[in-house]
Design a protein around this ligand. Structure first.
Ligand code: AMP
Length: 274
């Protein structure tokens, strides 16, 4: 594995590759969720590039940019063991210049749910993903369904800008207790770890209701809210179709149920694809 920090070094390392390139962009503090993406990319491509970059433009004022978990040494080991060919770890200066032109999230789908609660977040995310996709020269790029709205917007960006890369959605990886893995889970302290389980439990409850025949999204959301009592604050419960339009009734095969809630220090998101 080669570790590169500059565009020139990345280009040079890529010159040695022939065949398809799988690419997994991350912000580091790697866990089994990231690893699943990395392993799938490894399996489906001739070569594998992973990036680790904590992207400042997708953090809002007052968010956890400075405190965001950084575990470079462990991340490098994980990537080596996983058979990564190129690990790209750029600095901010390498990725950005002053007075850049910006990619904007779409006015409707980019400003609901996460986009409403974190206005500007998706602009920064799309900007860096555009850069990373272009730099990687990826044939296939892997993104987790854990960040469902992010995945939908990246898919739309690739379509709208006629970019030549396949976006591959990957399933959510969970702890044995149901908690969706996230780099931010390290912020959970003591009993918060137990309380955080109400998020996946609420999604499980929704599934059970749907299996039992319930389709009305208001009824399902009300029940989910009662399960979410253990959270400190529920930011949203949403039931949307795969295009992120709110729906009155669950349609099997075309529905995503999403939750965002605060438990202790972290704001956690999770979802379920029906
Ligand atoms: P991040 O480092 O949080 O920016 O995540 C990098 C990629 O890993 C994104 O595509 C995420 O959606 C994905 N990811 C993060 N957590 C999980 C998880 N628990 N299961 C599957 N994918 C995940």
């Amino acid at each position: 594995m080669v570790i590169v920090q500059t565009i020139e070094a990345l280009e040079e390392a890529k010159n040695a590759l022939t065949g398809s390139i799988g690419f997994v962009p991350t912000m580091g503090a790697l866990h089994k969720g990231h690893l699943a993406l990395i392993q799938q990319a490894k399996q489906e491509n001739d070569h594998l590039i992973v990036s680790i970059f904590v992207n400042p433009t997708q953090f809002l004022e007052g968010e956890d940019l400075d405190a965001y978990p950084r575990k470079e040494e462990a991340d490098i080991k994980i990537c080596k063991l996983a058979g990564v060919d190129i690990l790209f770890m750029p600095t901010i200066d390498v990725m950005y210049e002053e007075d850049e032109l910006c990619i904007g999230a779409p006015a409707v789908r980019g400003y609901i749910l996460e986009g409403e609660k974190r206005p500007g977040h998706f602009d920064g995310m799309l900007q860096v993903v555009m850069k990373l996709l272009n730099l990687s020269g990826a044939t296939n790029a892997y993104f987790g369904k854990k960040d469902a709205q992010q995945l939908a917007l990246i898919t739309q960006m690739v379509k709208n800008y006629f970019m030549d890369v396949n976006i591959i959605p990957c399933n959510i990886v969970r702890d044995d207790n149901g908690l969706a893995l996230s780099s931010r889970n390290v912020y959970l302290e003591g009993e918060e770890k137990t309380r955080a389980l109400c998020i996946s439990r609420s999604l499980k409850r929704a599934t059970n209701m749907i299996i039992a025949g319930e389709r009305n999204t208001e009824v399902i959301k009300k029940e989910m809210l009662s399960v979410l009592e253990d959270a400190d604050q529920v930011e949203y419960i949403a039931i949307v179709d795969r295009e992120f339009n709110a729906v009155d009734n669950v349609e099997i095969g075309n529905t995503i149920i999403l939750v965002a809630a605060w438990v202790g220090k972290p704001r956690l998101i999770d979802n379920l694809w029906i």
